[in-house]
Write a protein that binds this ligand. Structure first.
Ligand code: SAH
Ligand code: MG
Length: 190
């Protein structure tokens, strides 16, 4: 079943977490005893399912704005019998209302809006919680800007760099970067 989701993602160009990235994240969840998770960017439910499988008492709220992917996420989660622990919200994460406290906020949506997601959702982070953000390398373009050729790519590289700068200069949070998947950040309160 998980394998089928991976194959579907590959065949349809759905940018799910890369194997070492999701493995790192799941280990982090286990080691840090994380129980409540908010995910921005469900796509077809792959990472939410993987995270929910870490332990039976994990609950996840995940947000997806693309209707087709949202429907697939709902189906995949149901097939895995995880609909009691994963709640999928259909909508734009910049607009929907979410409440609750989360041990982990996982930002994996539009690369250009990470600061907005961070600012909107960090108040929902539990005192000892972690914010993880994916895609800080953008396939190497952030480290090697000359690889960015289109206007769109250049714009995204600039926004990702802004986000990294925002994290590095944050008064309230401290961040480390891990080179797994497309590079992730691990952010905690100081
Ligand atoms: N976390 C998933 C992959 C997410 S891909 C996994 O690893 O399995 C990024 C997803 O974020 C896309 O499906 C895209 O539609 C969604 N997205 C982008 N911007 C969004 C926003 N503002 N609100 C909600 N979803 C968004
Ligand atoms: Mg990603």
């Amino acid at each position: 079943m998980i394998k089928e989701i991976e194959i579907y993602a590959k065949e349809n160009g759905v940018p799910i977490m890369l194997p070492d990235g999701i493995e790192y994240l799941c280990n982090y969840i286990q080691e840090n005893n994380i129980k409540s998770i908010l995910e921005i960017g469900s796509a077809i439910g792959y990472s939410a399912i993987k995270m929910a499988l870490v332990s039976e008492d994990i609950t996840i709220t995940t947000i997806e704005r693309d209707k087709e992917r949202y429907d697939l996420a709902i189906n995949n989660i149901k097939k895995m019998n995880l609909d009691d622990c994963i709640k999928v919200i259909y909508g734009d994460a910049l607009e929907v209302e979410v409440d609750g406290k989360f041990d982990l906020i996982f930002i994996d949506a539009s690369k250009g809006h990470s600061i907005d997601f961070f600012e909107k959702y960090s108040p929902l982070l539990s005192s000892d919680g972690t914010i993880v953000t994916d895609n800080l390398s953008f396939h190497g373009l952030v480290e090697n800007e000359s690889l960015a050729v289109t206007k769109n790519q250049k714009g995204l590289v600039r926004k990702i760099k802004n986000f990294i700068n925002f994290l590095d200069n944050n008064q309230e949070f401290v961040t480390t970067y891990i080179n797994v998947g497309d590079k992730i950040s691990i952010t905690k309160r100081k």
